[in-house]
Design a protein around this ligand. Structure first.
Ligand SMILES: Cc1ncc(COP(=O)(O)O)c(C=O)c1O
Length: 465
């Protein structure tokens, strides 16, 4: 067993667990730690560095998330033998034969491991009589204790703050709809960024709510504008995506998050924080769950990390809402199917999960660089590890026209209209999802086509009088 103990001077520039995780990565790079080496027991390292065991637990989880180490239950944490696995950061997806490259929907980049992980999890469940019995029976409305604990641990490992109660939902959209149904009555006002996730617009329309579209800029939702609106009309709740607005990729500044928390207190409204568009912890700002916990519900999902078809997500909330949400879930569908929650929990627990997540982060970063280098002069907006890419169009170009020209060339992109939460005119921009293409080569083809369509100018035929 290795006796590797880093000589570390922990400083206050970043969280201690991140500094310790980074030291593990450095030690592997520098050959001080080799594949198969066991990391020191958490208590030993905690004592050596003068930190809590919890800090070491988070550091090991972070190192695992980065694909450097893997933990074996009851045995310890070991340096991964990456050479014996497939290279985690290469794309080896068979190119699909379809002529259409669809960048209009927001997906995690494809990797054959996604299907394999799902198959492995299903096989494991099918061979475990206790899991089968559990999956065949009715379970508590907000999920079994085991599933709720496993999903809480998953959120903690991803660096999300934990709230008082976690409910297992049927995906992010379900969590969002639950919030609207539980917290509002028909006719209530609900605020959101003027450009926001279309699923919110649809759910609030179906719940007969009145939209309050709040302007946003590159620092996210304009909380001064929200304050002005609150003086005239207080919304019942506000829906926000502070770490990555969908579609614009705007990130809400810390000051505005703080201001939003103050406004929620002052004007007495709920905050629904949607973190479904996954952003790695290091790139995230302070969560509203930490800033104003008793007014905040947080939505997350396995969709952008594992796969959209699982339909398993989480809704974190203050304990005061547990009964209301549980009763609503029973009224809707009794509970999230326990079989799907079990499959998701086994997948998250499998050794390949961390490698897949690390691959995804690197793959998205590489794809974002590709898109940035092709379209840099147009000042696109995206996050280094984000799935989406927001492209304001050059003067004189219209989103519908560019979309039509691209569609004729076999490239699908999204236009802003469905993202508009109010009645302000939609900007002339398009959103592409860099994760959706089946390979980097296909993404390059689509980006080259887009570049050409934009460089050629407006050539769309006119057909009306
Ligand atoms: C911001 C946001 N919230 C929620 C969802 C829905 O997530 P799910 O597929 O888990 O229902 C999406 C899907 O793209 C999204 O972009």
């Amino acid at each position: 067993m290795t006796i590797w103990i880093p000589s570390l001077e922990l400083d206050s520039r970043s969280a201690r667990y991140r500094q310790i995780a980074a030291a593990i990565g450095d030690a592997i790079d520098q050959g001080q730690l080799a594949a198969g080496d066991r990391l020191p027991p958490q208590r030993t390292l905690a004592d050596a560095l003068g930190v809590t065991v919890g800090t070491i637990t988070r550091a090991y989880a972070e190192a695992q998330q980065r694909g450097w180490v893997m933990s074996r239950v009851g045995s310890g944490t070991y340096v991964r033998d990456t050479a014996s696995h497939e290279p985690p950061f290469s794309v080896h997806v068979a190119d699909d034969q379809s002529d259409v490259i669809d960048l209009s929907l927001s997906f995690a980049p494809p990797h054959p491991w996604r299907d394999e992980c799902l198959r492995d999890a299903l096989v494991e469940v099918s061979q475990d009589p206790a899991a089968i019995a559990m999956a065949a029976a009715y379970q508590p409305d907000i999920g079994t204790t085991a599933h709720r604990q496993a999903l809480s641990q998953w959120l903690a490992a991803l660096g999300f703050p934990l709230h008082e109660v976690l409910a297992v939902t049927q995906g992010g959209q379900h969590g969002l709809d639950l919030c609207l149904r539980a917290l509002t009555r028909p006719g209530d006002h609900v605020a959101a960024d003027a450009l926001t996730y279309p699923g919110f617009n649809a759910a609030s329309r179906h719940a007969h709510l009145r939209p309050m579209a709040i302007p946003l800029d590159e620092h996210g939702l304009d909380t001064d504008a929200l304050e002005q609106r609150c003086r005239r009309q207080v919304p019942r709740l506000i829906y926000v995506t502070p770490d990555q607005n969908n579609p614009t990729s705007a990130v809400m500044s810390s000051e505005r998050r703080q201001h939003l928390a103050e406004l929620a207190e002052r004007y007495d409204f709920w905050v629904v924080e949607d973190a479904v568009q996954y952003v790695p912890a290091a790139q995230r700002g302070p969560s509203l769950v930490s800033l104003v916990p008793h007014r905040t519900l947080q939505i997350f999902s396995t969709s952008k990390i594992l796969s959209g078809g699982l339909r398993v997500g989480t809704l974190q909330m203050p304990a005061t809402l547990r009964e209301r949400i549980g009763s609503l879930m029973r009224a809707q569908s009794w509970m999230c199917p326990p079989l799907m929650a079990e499959v998701a929990c086994r997948w998250i627990d499998s050794p390949r999960y961390t490698t897949l997540l690390a691959w995804q982060e690197q793959e998205l970063a590489a794809r974002q660089r590709l898109a940035q280098s092709t379209l840099a002069d147009l000042e696109p907006r995206s996050l280094p590890y984000g799935a989406n890419f927001w492209l304001p169009l050059p003067e004189g170009r219209r989103a519908s026209e560019v979309q039509t020209l691209l569609q004729r060339e076999g490239v699908l992109v999204a236009t802003p209209e469905p993202f508009c939460s109010g009645s302000d005119p939609a900007p002339q921009a398009i959103r592409l999802c860099v994760g959706a293409a089946t390979s980097r080569a296909r993404l390059t083809t689509a980006l080259t086509t887009l570049r050409r369509v934009l460089d050629e100018g407006n050539t769309s035929p006119w057909a009306t009088l």
